[in-house]
Design a protein around this ligand. Structure first.
Ligand SMILES: [Fe+2]
Length: 350
């Protein structure tokens, strides 16, 4: 795996590789005791796409962070909280999420030398605004792009069939036709809703089960049990029901293993890794994206980092977005030089 930056060349020119390694190790050993450790050489060594074309033709996969709140991006890119990554794989340009503001997203893509028309396939990890608002720009400029969305009625308006018969369904017959839903002419047990909204008339495919989209690219759906839509109407009055939040992740097969891209990991990053494994995508060379670890403490995070490395044999990690400072620090300690700082404008190639 190769991570290119303008800083890497400068660092190598100044010090021998062995000295760099020692400096990184010492800095990482210190980070538990120093509340504000200085950025390590490796931190500085993994940022900024500075030239186009952004993806090399001879690489199996290139992934660049196009929307995030940290990093050392090149000129013209703007930091904001949200996530988007652009991936070049199998001769296609694939967008994974699109950030919080369409104008910032558009500017960041253009600063990387990418336009909406370059995107062949766009994936939305989930319905939250910090992942999907940039699709406004994408669809304005490239309205026929193939969109892959989680099947989420509440968040994304995916088609939904549900009963509107209610209790004592025979009561309908006592009502005048003009008071009955659809004049009493439809099967109310199978009422179908199809929404307009952001993705109206777009080329959308809703993904409900592990689905191969291209040779080597599999979309993995999971459902968060930690957040979603809370239902307490009868018959759930005493025992509220949580309709979990549907999410998509993307796994790209390479000769070095899988590159697993996650959005916000509301299903938990561990459950997504398990889902990948279940779908035959368990040989994870790189795990990247938002791990959503902001709410967790050191004890939980240290155990999770260990499990990711030892139990699930994740080889390298490049966490970003909602992973959080504490998890950045702990994952870096656990993975050492297999940890990549993947902020806005960073690029990883395999
Ligand atoms: Fe997010």
């Amino acid at each position: 795996m190769k991570v290119r930056t303008k800083y890497l060349t400068a660092c190598v020119g100044l010090v021998a590789a062995g000295a760099v390694f020692l400096a990184c190790s010492k800095a990482e050993n210190r980070s538990r005791t120093e509340p504000n450790p200085k950025p390590t050489t490796r931190d500085k060594a993994t940022t900024a796409v500075t030239k186009t074309p952004w993806a090399s033709a001879n690489k199996e996969l290139t992934i660049v962070n196009a929307y995030d709140a940290f990093g050392e991006p090149g000129a013209g890119m703007v930091k904001d909280f949200g996530f988007s990554a652009v991936i070049r794989y199998g001769g296609k340009t694939i967008l994974f999420d699109s950030g919080t503001r369409a104008d910032i997203f558009e500017g960041n893509l253009k600063a990387l030398g990418i336009t909406a028309k370059d995107i062949d396939i766009a994936i939305a990890s989930h319905a939250h605004h910090d992942h999907i608002a940039g699709f406004d720009y994408l669809l304005r400029e490239n309205p026929k792009v193939q969109l892959l969305l989680p099947k989420d009625f509440f968040g994304l308006g995916s088609p939904l069939t549900f009963s509107i018969k209610g209790k004592e369904a025979n009561i309908a017959k006592t009502l005048a036709a003009k008071q009955r839903y659809f004049g009493g002419k439809r099967d109310l047990a199978k009422n179908k809703l199809e929404s307009t909204g952001r993705f109206w008339k777009a080329n959308v495919r809703y993904i409900e089960s592990p689905t191969q989209i291209l040779p080597g690219l599999t979309i993995l759906p999971t459902t968060s049990k930690l957040m979603g839509t809370f239902v307490r109407y009868p018959p759930f009055g005493k025992k509220p029901k949580l309709i979990g939040l549907p999410e998509l992740s993307a796994s790209f097969s390479t000769s070095k293993g899988e590159v697993l891209v996650v959005g916000c990991s509301h299903s938990s990053v561990e459950e997504i890794v398990k889902a990948a494994s279940k779908a035959g995508k368990g040989n994870i060379r790189l795990l990247t994206g938002g791990f959503h670890l902001l709410p967790y403490d050191r004890t939980y995070l240290e155990a999770l980092a260990k499990r990711l490395k030892k139990e699930y044999a994740v080889k390298t990690v490049a966490p970003c977005h909602c992973t959080g400072h504490l998890a950045f620090s702990i994952l870096k300690q656990q993975f050492g030089d297999k940890y990549y700082l993947f902020g806005l404008g960073s690029k990883i190639e395999l």
